[in-house]
Ligand binder design. Structure first.
Ligand code: SF4
Length: 487
């Protein structure tokens, strides 16, 4: 069994996601990097390790240049200078990145900006191409040179190498070679492209008003710009958005995958944990979905408790739904410090032991002597939950019944989510009763997969549940199959 300190060294005790994207096109000349700052800031939760923008700027002499600024750090750290500078133009894209492939390296920051036989272009990508290693090996064998370990650079190589001369055709040529998850924004010769994989793993939206058209991962990136009209970029769709035309009148829609051949696989974890509760994804409010999950979790749970409380913030809406369904008072017995960083970046074990305390603090006057239903989103290694349970016991909680708004995570993800190896996942080592003892809780209960499917508004088959049940929506290669083995 891994110790807490081992866990901390190995990585975060949450599934982690890979990136948010934004792209925009304006009617009048505007300060494009400043406009991109806002949706990227709103989508900061999708990736905190690097940020960047590529925009086309017009000089006082009327010359247009494509410029990229990116670096390690938060949007506010990398892009704040743009709030006080002026870069007039009409088109740009941006990206927030969470790093797993190749680690937290500056050369993996996005967007990727290149000059190739199709001209100058820049690409930002959210997701994970599940057959990327095969493609990269093939290209390397043919003499391709890579400056990063990012999937995005490989996609650009494929676009450049396509024998089709028109970009749209080269894009189609490229996209049909890719498997896995990709929600992308690309700029090329005054056009903004929004592209989504045929299974729709990750969200992607396009919104518009009378001044601009914006592409974002989540609708919270539209809200911040005051945009209320929007639609999803459809799975298997390329939107080519041109300058001068706003909203649907300004774009052409192309399919690189026929609708009839598509079996959707939206990532159900986007609802459980990743997306912001004020966003809409996959056509549905994240908040409402989490509340429904909480109600479902309560539907066959009869534990007696004085209060229901969430592990903030991702447990909030599910805990509220649970409390409403059971008629048990809802309390916020843990306060979250929103300025605390991720625990695994702390250098010493003593500091890592302290990490949960830096993030969460119980309110003794709320929890003392009380029996609690504590609602969290998921269990990965269990390290954080164990420390939270101890914090609450130390604050005087009498009983702690941990409820998880997801099924047990037992398998890795190949579509853009960083989940530890099967052996590290606590649900592969311990059944709920043993888990409760390990975590110091009085009981532990997970939402069943059946219960989760019941929350999907009659569309249970449009989602991916592979990290819970090992049923992957795409065939796995030998290396991936090996990763699904429990050693
Ligand atoms: S395996 Fe899990 S985390 Fe990955 S896409 Fe499927 S549901 Fe999402």
């Amino acid at each position: 069994m891994a110790t807490d300190s081992d866990d901390d060294r190995q990585g975060p005790d949450r599934p982690e996601h890979h990136c948010g994207v934004a792209g925009l096109l304006t009617k009048e000349e505007s300060n494009i990097p400043e406009l991109l700052f806002y949706p990227l800031y709103a989508q900061q939760h999708r990736g905190q390790e690097s940020a960047g923008v590529t925009y086309v700027e017009r000089s006082p002499h009327g010359i247009e240049s494509m410029i990229t600024k990116k670096g390690l750090g938060l949007v506010s750290q990398v892009l704040t200078p743009f709030l006080s500078e002026n870069h007039p133009g009409k088109i740009g894209i941006g990206h927030n990145r969470y790093s797993t492939h190749g680690g937290n390296l500056a050369q993996n920051a996005q967007p990727f900006h290149i000059l190739c036989n199709k001209g100058e272009m820049a690409l930002g990508h959210n997701g994970n191409i599940s057959n990327i290693e095969f493609i990269r090996r093939t290209l390397t064998d043919e003499g391709a040179i890579f400056s990063s370990t990012s999937d995005t650079e490989v996609i650009l190589h494929l676009i450049s190498r396509s024998h089709k001369h028109k970009l749209l055709e080269a894009l189609t040529d490229t996209l049909i070679q890719l498997q896995g998850a990709f929600s992308m924004v690309l700029i090329h010769q005054g056009l903004l492209y929004a592209i989504r994989d045929p299974k729709g793993f990750r969200p992607l939206y396009v919104g518009w008003n009378d001044k601009l058209t914006v592409v974002v991962s989540e609708t919270c990136g539209l809200d911040i710009l005051g945009i209320t009209e929007y639609r999803e970029v459809e799975p298997g769709e390329i939107l080519a958005i041109r300058q001068g035309g706003l909203g649907p009148a300004g774009w052409t829609s192309h399919r690189f995958s026929p609708l009839s051949s598509q079996k959707l696989s939206h990532c159900i974890f986007e609802f459980i944990y990743f997306a912001r509760p004020d966003s809409e994804i996959f056509g549905r409010s994240v908040y409402k979905m989490r509340q429904a999950i909480g109600r479902q979790l309560a539907s066959d749970d009869f534990v007696e408790a004085d209060m229901v409380m969430p592990v903030p913030d991702s447990g909030n809406a599910a805990a509220l739904g649970y409390a409403q369904a059971r008629g048990i008072p809802f309390e916020m017995g843990l306060t979250r410090n929103h300025f605390a960083g991720r625990s695994f970046t702390l250098p010493s074990q003593a500091q890592r032991e302290f990490a949960v305390k830096m993030k969460l603090n119980p309110i003794p006057s709320v929890v003392r002597g009380k029996s609690l239903v504590l609602v969290d989103d998921s269990l990965v290694r269990g390290t954080t939950s164990k420390r939270i349970v101890k914090l609450l016991r130390d604050a005087g909680a009498r009983e702690i019944h941990l409820r998880l708004s997801s099924p047990e995570i037992q398998y890795p993800c190949f579509y853009g989510i960083d989940i530890p190896t099967r052996g590290e996942l606590i649900s592969n080592r311990l059944a709920p009763d043993a888990l409760a003892a390990e975590l110091g809780a009085d009981s532990v209960k997970f939402l069943s997969e059946e219960g989760l499917r019941a929350c999907t508004e009659n569309q249970p088959d449009d989602y991916c549940y592979a990290c819970f049940n090992g049923k992957y929506p795409e065939p796995l290669d030998a290396a991936q199959k090996k990763q699904t083995e429990l050693k």
